[in-house]
Design a protein around this ligand. Structure first.
Ligand code: HEM
Length: 379
């Protein structure tokens, strides 16, 4: 078993938790039409709370996972390395934003308990958007420094991926089960599925643009897509995305128009039975559930990508163990990279880089010399 598999699992857990929070908030704010708020506010609010609980757990797990990944020390030494990682590494400094944002999110969630206060959920959305940025700021996008274009592109990608995947998840879990029996006018039901389809389409457009930009950035060309482990994972991800897009297109161009036609018919002939509409709704529900499963697989594939070595980074790295130094803000950073031969998927540069201890070492410009003080961390 490749040793980075547990870390991929932790990243996947964190991404899925984030998507569940952002998606359930997005469903409450942008998918539910006003006339349906009373019916669905409570289940969505509960789902947001449960997802926030999972995100709180995944945030802690992420810190533990990164500490173990960076220190390469056994779990029982965690007490020694964890404070060091929090206080002395870039990853730790950025991670510290999470607990603060989680508190903001929990407070906003409590405030949004009543349907009339649903707008307080914007607070949850903003806090989790900042948490999403901490992901971008500690992954591959940060390899060229903070506040760079790749970071923003990745952040937008992550937010819209969460809205699409998480929004469909929230709809599947908290809205569809009670939608057929809900005391709603056909026009409200129709508005709900139209909004769902619209939000998914907007999110997909943003995801495609930012995903292609990132892919071009990390691959550095077309050929590495077929000739690198990173490219192969991306191909698997694209295959899964293609299936989800096909399902989404079926919903938008087949089932939603059927529901719209049934609603028009009911408006024209009040009291007419709505058998076609009910059938279309049940097909839509099944299709959205399958789409959610594929999108969850996309999120897992994305987590695997994050732990791979992007071909462009690989080309610029020297073979074997290496060190390099940069001097952001007058501080010296050094990183030693694992031998590329040790695994097909070498740990990402950023994984290592953001775990590196920061020390002021004026006058030192020999990167390899820096490896000595950090040698204990076995980076
Ligand atoms: C054209 C389609 C897509 C392409 C080309 C693409 C490409 C990429 C690339 C290159 C990355 C950066 C990985 C790294 O840092 O090494 C990424 C990250 C990611 N992608 Fe996509 N992607 C696409 C669609 C999607 C979809 C549909 C979803 C989910 C709904 C998704 C979810 C994610 C997530 C969650 C990340 C991780 C962001 C982070 O944690 O920083 N992607 N994607």
């Amino acid at each position: 078993m490749p040793s980075h598999l547990p870390y991929i699992a932790i990243s996947a857990f964190d991404i899925i938790a984030l998507a569940a929070v952002i998606g359930s908030v997005a469903a409450g704010l942008w998918i539910i039409p006003e006339g349906a708020r009373e019916c669905f506010h409570r289940p969505l609010w509960r789902l947001t709370g449960a997802s926030l609980g999972v995100l709180t757990a995944s945030s802690l797990l992420l810190l533990v996972g990164r500490t173990l990944e960076m220190s390469r020390q056994p779990l029982h030494d965690l007490g020694h390395w964890l404070p060091l990682v929090v206080h002395e590494t870039s990853f730790g400094h950025i991670w510290m934003v999470r607990p603060m944002m989680l508190i903001v999110a929990w407070v906003a969630w409590l405030m949004s308990r009543r349907p009339s206060h649903h707008r307080a959920a914007y607070g949850v959305f903003l806090a989790t958007a900042v948490i999403a940025f901490t992901r971008s700021a500690t992954g591959h996008p940060a390899d060229q420094g903070q506040w760079t274009a790749p970071e923003w592109v990745d952040w937008v990608h992550l937010i819209f991926a969460s809205i699409w995947a998480g929004g469909l998840f929230a709809t599947t879990v908290a809205i569809f089960p009670s939608l057929p029996q809900a005391p709603l006018a056909p026009t409200i039901r129709r508005a709900l599925v139209e909004r769902l389809s619209f939000v998914a389409a907007v999110a997909l457009a943003a995801i495609l643009v930012t995903g292609i930009l990132s892919a071009y950035h990390y691959l550095g060309g077309f050929a590495p897509l077929f000739h690198s482990a990173y490219g192969h994972i991306l191909l698997v991800k694209l295959g899964l995305v293609a299936i989800a897009v096909a399902l989404g297109a079926t919903n938008r161009f087949v089932f939603v128009p059927q529901i719209r036609a049934a609603s028009d018919k009911q408006k024209a002939i009040p009291g007419a039975t709505d058998k076609t509409g009910a059938q279309a709704l049940s097909r839509l529900r099944r299709s959205v559930t399958i789409e959610t499963v594929f999108l969850t697989a996309v999120l897992i594939a994305a987590a695997a990508l994050l732990h791979g070595m992007p071909p462009r980074e690989r080309n610029s790295a020297m073979g074997g163990t290496m060190a390099r130094a940069t001097q952001p803000m007058g501080r010296l950073e050094a990183a030693r990279f694992e031998s590329r031969e040790t695994s097909r998927l070498a740990p990402a540069l950023s994984t290592i880089r953001y775990g590196v201890l920061h020390r002021s070492m004026p006058g030192t410009d020999n990167a390899l010399a820096l490896a000595v003080p950090f040698g204990q961390m076995s980076l």
